[in-house]
Design a protein around this ligand. Sequence first.
Ligand SMILES: CC/C=C\C/C=C\C/C=C\CC/C=C/CC(=O)SCCNC(=O)CCNC(=O)[C@H](O)C(C)(C)COP(=O)(O)OP(=O)(O)OC[C@H]1O[C@@H](n2cnc3c(N)ncnc32)[C@H](O)[C@@H]1OP(=O)(O)O
Length: 269
Amino acid sequence: MPYVCADYSKYKFVNVCWNSENGIATVTLKRPPVNSLTAEFLRELSSLLLDLEKDETQGLIFTSEFDEKVFSAGLDFKELYRPSIDHAKEFMSLLHSFSFRLSCTAYPTVAVINGHAPAGGCIIPLCCEYRIGLNNFNIGLNELKFGILLPDWLSSLMIHTIGSRNAEQAILSGTLFSSEHALRIGLVDEIAPTKEVALEKATAFLNKAKIVNRSLRLDAKLHLRRPILQEFQKDIENELAKNVSLLMSDKVQQSLDAHIKILKEKRGN
Ligand SMILES: CC/C=C\C/C=C\C/C=C\CC/C=C/CC(=O)SCCNC(=O)CCNC(=O)[C@H](O)C(C)(C)COP(=O)(O)OP(=O)(O)OC[C@H]1O[C@@H](n2cnc3c(N)ncnc32)[C@H](O)[C@@H]1OP(=O)(O)O
């Protein structure tokens, strides 16, 4: 059984619960109010994956503290509104490296999606091997509606998960799917009535992975995910520069401004 070396209490935006009997780490995202992804959060998540790898985690479950409300609201609008060029570069690089790392972990991964997961909020679930949703939430890649062209690696993750035909329709229409619809197209693998049941199902999935030799399993995973991993590794400098210039463009900045205003009006402030 793995011996836990890392100090997981150092993390600000996640709570890590280790099960010493089965070596499964349950990671609860807890960046208030909606787990939106900032550079600091992404840096923390990347470092967490390395710690889990060193501690020979047998399986990882992601879930959210903001139960029945939001899994993750995606990229942080406020941080990405009028960023400095250096910050924009750093952010895109962190998003890319974290998503890559999560897509090829040596240990199996599950997302328990206990709330909305729009746009960038769908990235963690898509990088995981298995997705369990709760009822009454929306999930999907609706970036085109913000004037954002998806990076190739993200389209590739969606294609890998729901197939090319469904991915084409989903991405081009910018649809956010209800849980039931997400189950029909394979965007989630199961629906659970409560978070507790979802966590049991996640553990059952991870336990199944244990009967396979760990290094053989990793070889197979990397082989099966090769098309995605190739997209991550293809022409990285150029891809990051493209994303930075898209983020800095007037069109995307105006769209961010409009969305920030909509959220403010919704709260009446
Ligand atoms: C932007 C990227 C630009 C260019 C990218 C270039 C290249 C491509 C690279 C990557 C591709 C991936 C791209 C992804 C784009 C995104 O992810 S953009 C974010 C998309 N997310 C959304 O549209 C969700 C918006 N939020 C909501 O719909 C609701 O807030 C939500 C359903 C999540 C929760 O609803 P509710 O419980 O009612 O809460 P409130 O709406 O009242 O919100 C509470 C507070 O949270 C703040 N907030 C909400 N979402 C965000 C966010 N994404 N970023 C920052 N802050 C957010 C909201 O303002 C409230 O704050 P307040 O309490 O008023 O201070």
